[in-house]
Each structure stands twice: as C-alpha cells, then as structure tokens.
Design a protein around this ligand. Structure first.
Ligand code: ADP
Ligand code: NA
Length: 300
C-alpha cells in the first residue's frame, strides 16, 4: 500500500504551568519539553509505522526545527518531499495546567507556504494508492491535491480537522471523510450533542464515505445508502490522548485496500481503533505511535 500525506509539520513547545497566565501576568514553568507534531506529520508517521510505503509532502523553514522534523520523519521510515521555504518552521506554543487544561498558540509559518503543487508532487499523488489530507494546509492546495488524486484513481481520505471554515463542495472531491464528533457536528451544521447517527446521515448525503471517531466510544463507519457500523474502542488505561485522532487516520489510510469498499473500510477502522488504543496508553504524540507488529500483537 502506498500513501501520500500532504500536510503540516510543527514543533510543539510544551510548558507545564500551575496556572495559565492571564494578560499582563508572568508565571514560571514547572517543566518544558518539545515534540515534533502537526497533523500531517503525525499522520504520516502513523501510516509509515503501520507498514505503508509513505511519502510526506510538507513545507519546512530553514532552521533547527526543520532539521529535527526531517530527521524524525526519516527515522520513522517516511520518504520526505519537503520544501525549505523562507518562513519559520511551524510551531505550537502549548501551556498545560495542573488539571490538564491547555491553551495553544499556533504559528503556521512555513505550513502557510505549501501552495502551488509542483509537477513532481502531482505525479506522486497520481501514483499513490491513497492520499491523506487535513485542513492545516492552505485550502487551495487541499483542493488541487484532491482533484489530482481523483483524476488518477487515488483514494482520497480527508481528515477535516481542525474545524473552521470549510467549503462543503470539497466533500464532492473526496472518497472518505474522517472527523471526530465535534467536527462532524460543525460540518453538518448541527449543535454539539446531536446523535452520531443523525450526523452520519447528514454527512453521507454528500456522496462520500464517512468515519466519525467517538473517543473512548470507538468509531462509526458509514457509506451512502448503507447502515452505519459501530466499531467499539478498546478499554485501556489512558495516559495521554494527544494525537489519538492522527494515529487513527494514519493507521486507517495505511490499511485501506484500493477498492475502499465497505468491508475494507470496516477492516481499516478496526485496525485504526487498535492502533489508537495503543497510542493513548503511552505519553507524548510521536513516540507513542505503534508499529504494525505491535498492533497485531495487541489484537492477537
Ligand atoms: P480526536 O483525537 O481527533 O478528538 P477521538 O478522541 O475521537 O479523536 O479519538 C480517535 C480514536 O482514538 C477513537 O476513535 C478511538 O479509537 C481512540 N481513542 C480515543 N480515546 C480513547 C480512549 N479513552 N480509550 C480507547 N481508545 C480511545
Ligand atoms: Na493513483
């Protein structure tokens, strides 16, 4: 299985604080750590660890953060097709308080420069079995990539995250939409707390297959004109759910088969549910992403 991921790469700078500072206040941090992240980067690592031949198209700056992201991606087995642009590598400044509440500031930096896909990038998309997209990359790029994939029978998986401005017409250019419950409600134009099956019926009207992830509840898989199937989550001791959705998406894409028929969607969702269950039992996003062997061992 070959997967192309187009998307963001960030360096996450995480400060542990007693209280998140309000305006005009200075606080001392209790601890600091930096991690490689960004939805595109996390999903590409998850796809590669799940055994897919994975190419990651991303934009990085010309700084140490870029070198670190590139090195960790290659160590995960990814083929990196990175542009080095004249903007700082994307960063996320994250404050986490004692209750685990957080405040985050993202500087898109280089990620905003991932525009005008080259002939070489479009050729990679056409040659792949599956293309994975998210919404941390300029929308025009997401649309152009989806078009190129569609013209070449590459299966298009869109993780419509983070939620926000989203043109519904993009839904007609993708094959499979993966969203969490919150994103599903926003996309469907329904209030939070609307039943997952109602959200599913609104979203599948657009003609794409839909996977709604439900946190500790698992995931719901549905296609146009079919009855949705619920795949329960595994009951595990949770350490850290950061990036669970990204692990799910990467593992899912790596396990789809080229037909992307209903049986294949359900099988990929089962594998992704197990991969995410392993990830939430470990701290951190990147280092917690399991390999194909670990997932099979867990399922055995
Ligand atoms: P996101 O991180 O995008 O909000 P979810 O919270 O829906 O996404 O989590 C994605 C997937 O990760 C779920 O479908 C589930 O398989 C797995 N997962 C998340 N939280 C848990 C949990 N507490 N226990 C077991 N699996 C979980
Ligand atoms: Na193709």
């Amino acid at each position: 299985m070959s997967v192309v991921v187009i998307g963001s790469a960030n360096l996450d700078l995480v400060y542990e604080v007693d209280r998140i500072p309000s305006p005009g206040v200075t606080v001392l941090s209790r601890g600091f750590a930096s991690f490689t992240g960004g939805k595109g980067n996390n999903q590409a690592i998850a796809a590669a660890r799940a055994g897919a031949d994975t190419l990651f198209i991303t934009a990085l700056g010309q700084d140490e953060a870029a070198d670190r992201l590139a090195e960790e991606a290659r160590n995960a087995g990814i083929t990196l097709l990175d542009r080095r642009v004249d903007a700082p590598t994307g960063t996320a400044l994250i404050f986490v308080d004692r209750k685990g509440e957080n405040s985050i500031v993202v500087n898109s930096g280089a990620n905003a420069e991932l525009v005008d896909l080259t002939e070489a990038e479009l050729a990679e998309i056409a040659a792949a079995d599956v293309l994975v997209l998210q919404l941390e990359t300029p929308l025009a790029t997401v649309i152009a990539a989806a078009r190129a994939a569609r013209a070449a029978d590459t299966v298009v998986v869109l993780n419509a995250a983070p939620s926000g401005a989203f043109p519904v017409e993009l839904l007609s250019k993708i094959d499979i939409l993966v969203v969490n419950e919150h994103e599903a409600a926003e996309l469907a134009g329904e209030p939070a707390g609307t039943g997952e099956r109602s959200l599913m019926s609104v979203l599948t009207v657009h003609g794409c297959d839909v996977v709604i992830t439900l946190g500790a509840e698992g995931a719901l898989v549905g296609g146009w004109g079919t009855t949705p199937v619920k795949i329960p989550a595994f009951k595990v001791e949770v350490q850290d759910t950061t990036g669970a959705g990204d692990v799910f998406v990467g593992a899912f894409a790596a396990t789809l088969d080229h037909t992307a028929d209903e049986r294949s969607l359900v099988a990929a969702t089962e594998f992704a549910t197990a991969a995410a269950a392993l990830a939430v039992q470990r701290k951190g996003a990147g280092p917690s992403i399991p390999t194909r062997e670990e997932v099979h061992e867990f399922l055995a």
